[in-house]
Design a protein around this ligand. Structure first.
Ligand SMILES: [Mn+2]
Length: 350
């Protein structure tokens, strides 16, 4: 393939993600930007994440010491859907009314109940459209990557991947357990993604959570009792490090608990909040960037395959502050590279 750009010079996001000129047809990896944060309860702005990551992506240096030149297989980001953007803004207004009310008044008020139904129906529609998009791309033997948006958006992708890869393992990086049955009446909120995945997608083989440090008692007992869920709580990981255990050994243990085929669902707030100060619900503690990349490298070395992933909850700071988006786009590129290396589509240097 002829590339009309110089990988050694600065890229421009006007050409495409990471400044790459690939069309969808010429690409192996298709990023789906989803500007959606309807049920985000605390910080808002993650619907602006995909744009911010795209803009920041012109800062990338393609050469990666661990994985070489990952871009060569073709990386392409689709255009954002205007319909999703519009639905997000409209449904947010309904969701805000619900968030301001208590559960009794929602039940009693017809307007509020109608608003809640609208939000739930809108979420179902989003899930269905992402599911169909992912199925289509997977059928072409390509890899759809969801770029959120809040953590409700990958549900359709999880379903499509679980149908494609039997006994799929989900590796979930997050500060939050995300296993609430429903959050404020929202059936598909960012706080329920893994509950929904494990109850509504029975084909998922296992869920391994890493960095978890914010959850309610109900979530704790749900994950403790569930025989397909394994949780590596942040406090336990920290304690083991403090006692002198090597992170590499911990990383190997995490990888060994996963099935052969792995989908990564990455909430940026799994990282220490200094990497993502503007994300919706930051929590102190969390993973170092290099602790994450060590886990990725261990997956590649283990011979297991990262079949796909998502990156969610990246939210840009005020104008001029590119830090959150910068970390997000580097993680996006790193995960893409590790995934392609694990699929043997590029040659790993590990
Ligand atoms: Mn989270």
């Amino acid at each position: 393939m002829t590339l009309h750009f110089d990988p050694n010079s600065k890229a421009s996001a006007n050409d495409g993600i990471f400044g790459l000129p690939f069309s969808e047809k010429d690409s192996q990896v298709i990023y789906l930007p989803i500007p959606w944060d309807v049920t985000t309860s605390y910080g808002k702005g993650t619907h602006k994440g995909p744009d911010a990551v795209l803009k920041a992506s012109e800062q990338i240096d393609f050469f990666d010491l661990e994985y070489g030149m990952a871009y060569e297989v073709g990386l392409h980001m689709k255009k954002q859907s205007a319909a999703i953007k519009k639905a997000n803004l409209q449904l947010r207004l309904h969701a805000e009314k619900i968030m301001d009310a208590d559960s009794d008044s929602i039940k009693k008020s017809k307007t509020l109940s109608a608003s809640l139904s609208k939000v739930n129906e809108g979420s179902d529609q989003l899930n269905e459209s992402i599911y169909l998009d992912c199925k289509k791309i997977l059928a072409q033997k390509k890899t759809p990557i969801i770029l959120g948006g809040d953590h409700s958006v990958p549900f359709g992708a999880l379903k499509a991947y679980a149908e494609t890869y039997p006994n799929l393992g989900i590796l979930h990086f997050d500060a939050h357990s995300d296993t609430r049955k429903a959050y404020m009446g929202f059936e598909h909120s960012h706080a329920s993604i893994m509950y929904n995945a494990m109850t509504k997608i029975p084909k998922i083989g296992k869920l391994v959570q890493v960095g978890i440090r914010d959850f309610c008692e109900e979530e704790y007992s749900y994950t403790e009792k569930h025989n397909k869920i394994e949780v590596h709580f942040d406090v336990d990981l920290q304690r083991r490090k403090q006692a002198g255990e090597k992170w590499l050994d911990i990383a190997k243990e995490i990888v060994s608990s996963l099935p052969k085929q792995i989908y990564i669902s990455f909430d940026i707030d799994g990282l220490d909040p200094r990497y993502c100060p503007h994300t919706g619900t930051p929590v102190p503690g969390g993973l170092e960037y290099h602790e994450v990349t060590a886990i990725l490298a261990e997956i590649v070395k283990s011979g297991k395959t990262i079949v796909g992933f998502d990156l969610v909850e990246v939210a840009p700071g005020p104008k001029g502050d590119e830090w959150d988006a910068n970390v997000g786009m580097r993680l996006l590129y790193k995960m893409t590279a590790a995934m392609l290396a694990s699929q043997k589509k590029i040659r790993s240097k590990l």
